[in-house]
Ligand binder design. Structure first.
Ligand code: DAT
Ligand code: MG
Length: 137
């Protein structure tokens, strides 16, 4: 069993896609173990995207993820990290296949609807950045 942090980013919330995103994971057989709507602080965003600190797009990334509420959730199940990443689609929506979340609902890399952890190590760090242990079911 694995846990992964998923965010429906501000663009996904604005486009009313929270239910759509959750529904896709649930239909796959994955479980929602924690869920809340939050406006991320700048500090929390910088910590969430710590691996990208040196990238030229880091500032935009932090500005975007803090621009409105996000739906933060922990999704769990067997191989949840890889399963969620597959359903999300490629980072650049133009490379995402139709049928994936990004392939169905996004066109630009800066506004690609969802975040999902990319490894067990990032999942543990990212989940802890959003949820206390007693908020997980
Ligand atoms: P992912 O979200 O698929 O894990 P990532 O971790 O490499 O992708 O990057 C985090 C986010 O940063 C990504 O969802 C969108 C943005 N991003 C990535 N590469 C970018 C680029 N070259 N220009 C602008 N934004 C980018
Ligand atoms: Mg990533």
């Amino acid at each position: 069993m694995e846990q992964t942090l998923v965010l429906v980013k501000p663009d996904g919330v604005k486009k009313n896609l929270i239910g759509e995103v959750i529904s896709r994971f649930e239909r796959r057989g994955l479980k929602v173990s924690a869920l809340k709507l939050v406006k991320i602080t700048k500090e929390q965003a910088e910590s969430h995207y710590a691996e990208h600190t040196d990238k030229p797009f880091f500032g935009e990334l932090v500005d975007f993820i803090t621009s409105g509420p996000v739906a933060a959730m922990v999704i769990s199940g067997e191989n949840a990290i890889k399963a969620v990443r597959g359903q999300m689609g490629a980072t650049n929506p133009l490379d995402s296949v139709p049928g994936s979340i990004r392939g169905d609902f996004a066109l630009t890399i800066g506004e690609n609807i969802v975040h999902g952890s990319d490894s067990p190590e990032s999942a543990a760090r990212e989940v802890a950045n959003f949820f206390k242990a007693d908020e997980l079911y």
